[in-house]
Design a protein around this ligand. Structure first.
Ligand SMILES: [Mn+2]
Length: 686
């Protein structure tokens, strides 16, 4: 068997080593001939590295040489590719009429407890339409032996709704990323149904570092699934939507989706159940997906007036900065054109490898075109708020005046979530966009946010007595206290610092901000050099603050050293595992990536832990909000957002504060996690 790559002569040595290792892991019989070639016309090409243009045929496409050396899981990817190449694809050859049927409305009986995979296909443009705007085109069910497709003409009937409801009430329903399918189905059919198992989530808990959790790649990698989507996807060119696919092809595609979901479920299930901690984590995250379902269904009210106002403000800003830019760079200057920006700088004798914010700020520090750079950065910011937030929120606002963001349970390696449509978690406070996210009439928004959740987590993990003491009730503010530890001669006591703050408020604020940035920088696993660059401060200054900080909390220093040391050492895996069961275990780390992997590991454990504490609280809050007539409407990292009728604000706030604090006690018992509820009319006020 041959492996095709662009240039055999230039294949990195490390990639060759990893290919050899993958060859061993794959378990191919001794004596199997494996050869690397760069001749497209060679016979017997079974695997290609990357999707390099010009490579044709059915060869299994896997990581490119560049990805092989940088992907921590590449040995697994390659071993799977080799198995596929050696053993060939698996096609179940499902036949209509024999293995599956198109439903005609007859009664369906479900044997209680059966495991049934469910998948839906829908019309329209999911990325741009409002929530569940497109009709359901088909619903496929597969029980492991036989399948049924509910066709378009029956998909949204009462009879289908009844069958789906009964299915979800009596069977074990498996989806691949059901946080998408189930709210969609619920909304379209006017029922509220949840799935019970999720193969995307299973894979995420098994290999959170894979960076890829889609149904097709997983079925192909783990089960050697033969291509089943090209035939249908042909019809999706030029942004055509699924309704463009001829129905017989769409239904077949849909039944294959549910078939492979079922197969993956059976394959992953014993792997997940093998370790109690992995199983527990999976169950915890399955409960979280139900919360995400509710949060999406609930949605967030959007004020059109506030949006209009913001749009006008940012349009005005764009015009203003454009005028400044044009007065410097000429009447035809277009700030959206990278080419024109480059030409402008060249005309001033300035060159830079890139003109992104980082490089522009550097040029500005060197005194090069500061006025132009300021205007360009301001223009870009205003254009971004307009283009990505305001337009998107407006587009996504439905007839119910609400947006319904969709949360991805596998948003980040750490287990943090991400949200789309709109990206409610990344909307900056400074932009003002949160003013447009309002409470429904008669209601208020309550937000409950952990203060310094990751620092508190670190204190517990590091088992640092001084740091744990710093977070006890009644202790002074962590950062005020830290000022006395970093500059003890200047500020021998908190009172001395307070006096300084009173005399020179601006200087005090700047220095406190420096300390805060250093502490958070360290928490995110950044090195001293990176922190100094980011703060635009001399290396020595950042180094001094880091040394004083870690000197004051020596337990923290020890813990950081232990985590760093554990990287690449299997017997020390527990140092990179959270109490919830999330793991940071790269299969392979190259020398070039060793330091950055250590930094990532340092950031991983506290971030992941703090996130799951908040998700645990969200589960409890979601269970109880109904008692107050309230709804859980948002999850943003360390905070929960609830929409609550005015009459019950106080009780509901108390419940939220209680549950947030309690959630942390499940894993930690020395550092209290306080979360204060704030009430307002919109997301900016809380
Ligand atoms: Mn599908």
């Amino acid at each position: 068997m041959k492996i095709l790559t662009t240039d055999c002569g230039k294949l990195p040595v490390l990639a060759q080593v990893l290919l050899k290792r993958a060859r061993v892991v794959s378990g191919l019989p001794e004596g199997t001939h494996v050869e690397i070639t760069d001749d497209v016309n060679d016979k017997d090409i079974k695997v290609t590295l990357g999707t390099v243009k010009g490579y044709k045929g059915d060869a299994y496409k896997t990581l490119s040489p560049k990805q092989i050396v940088s992907n921590p899981q590449s040995v697994l990817f390659l071993a799977q590719a080799l198995q596929y190449g050696y053993l060939g694809p698996v096609d179940p050859g499902l036949e209509l009429g024999k293995d599956w049927v198109i439903w005609e409305g007859q009664d369906i009986t479900f044997k209680p407890g059966t495991v049934i995979a469910l998948d839906i296909e829908s019309a329209g443009d999911i990325d741009n339409d409002t929530f569940a705007a497109g009709r359901i085109l088909s619903i496929a069910l597969w029980n492991g032996k036989f399948g049924v497709v509910i066709p378009e003409e029956l998909a949204e009937t009462d009879k289908a709704a009844e069958a789906i409801k009964r299915l979800c009430d009596t069977c074990t329903v498996v989806c691949h990323n059901g946080t998408f399918d189930m709210p969609y189905l619920s909304k379209r059919l006017g029922i509220n149904v949840y799935h019970h198992e999720d193969t995307l989530l299973m894979h995420f808990v098994l290999d959170n570092l894979a960076g890829e959790h889609g149904l097709k790649p997983l079925a192909r990698r783990w089960l050697r699934a033969a291509d089943w989507d090209s035939e249908a996807k042909k019809y999706l060119k030029h942004n055509a939507h699924f309704e463009n696919i001829p129905r017989e092809k769409l239904y077949k595609y849909n039944i294959y989706d549910s078939y492979w979901t079922h197969r993956l479920y059976e394959y992953f299930k014993p792997m997940v159940e093998k370790a109690q901690q992995v199983l527990n984590f999976y169950k915890h995250r399955m409960r979280v997906t139900c919360v995400l379902h509710d949060v999406q269904m609930n949605g967030v009210e959007v004020s059109l007036d506030a949006l209009d106002e913001l749009e006008e403000k940012y349009k005005h800003q764009c015009d203003e900065y454009l005028a400044v830019l044009r007065s410097i760079a000429g009447e035809d200057f277009n700030p959206q054109s990278p080419k024109q920006i480059e030409v402008f700088f060249k005309s001033r004798g300035v060159s830079s490898p890139s003109y992104d914010a980082k490089h522009l700020k550097k040029l500005k520090r060197e005194g090069k075109e500061p006025e132009f750079i300021d205007a360009l950065l301001a223009y870009r910011y205003a254009a971004k708020v307009l283009g990505s937030y305001i337009v998107n929120v407006r587009q996504k606002r439905g007839k119910d005046r609400r947006v319904h963001p969709h949360y991805l349970p596998h948003g980040a390696k750490t287990g943090r979530l991400s949200a789309k449509g709109p990206a409610i978690q990344t909307m900056g406070r400074d932009s003002g966009i949160k003013r447009a996210l309002v409470a429904a009439p008669g209601c208020k928004i309550i937000s409950c946010d952990y203060s310094q959740a990751e620092l508190r987590t670190v204190a517990e993990l590091a088992d640092d007595t001084a740091m744990i003491a710093a977070f006890q009730p009644g202790a002074p503010d962590f950062f005020d206290d830290l000022m006395t530890k970093i500059w003890p001669e200047e500020f021998p006591t908190i009172e001395a610092y307070e006096a300084f703050k009173h005399e020179q408020p601006k200087t005090a604020k700047n220095r406190r901000a420096l300390v805060k940035s250093v502490v958070y920088g360290l928490n995110y696993g950044r090195g001293i050099r990176a922190i100094a660059t980011e703060l635009e401060k001399p290396y020595e200054e950042a180094e001094y603050v880091v040394n004083q900080y870690l000197g004051a909390y020596s337990g923290l220093r020890d813990w950081q050293q232990k985590v760093r040391h554990s990287v690449g050492r299997k017997e020390e895996d527990h140092m990179r595992q959270t109490k919830f069961g999330m793991r940071y275990n790269p299969l392979f780390i190259s020398d070039a990536d060793y330091t950055s992997t250590q930094n990532e590991a340092l950031a991983f454990v506290p971030q992941s832990t703090a996130n799951d504490i908040c998700l645990n609280a969200a589960i409890k809050i979601n269970e109880q909000v109904g008692q107050y007539g309230a709804k859980l409407i948002g999850l943003v990292h360390d905070a929960t957002y609830v929409e609550c009728p005015e009459e019950t604000i106080e009780e509901c706030s108390k419940m939220m504060e209680y549950e947030m604090a309690k959630a942390a006690t499940l894993v930690f018992n020395r550092v209290p996690f306080a979360a204060e509820a704030e009430v307002g009319n919109n997301w900016e006020e809380v």
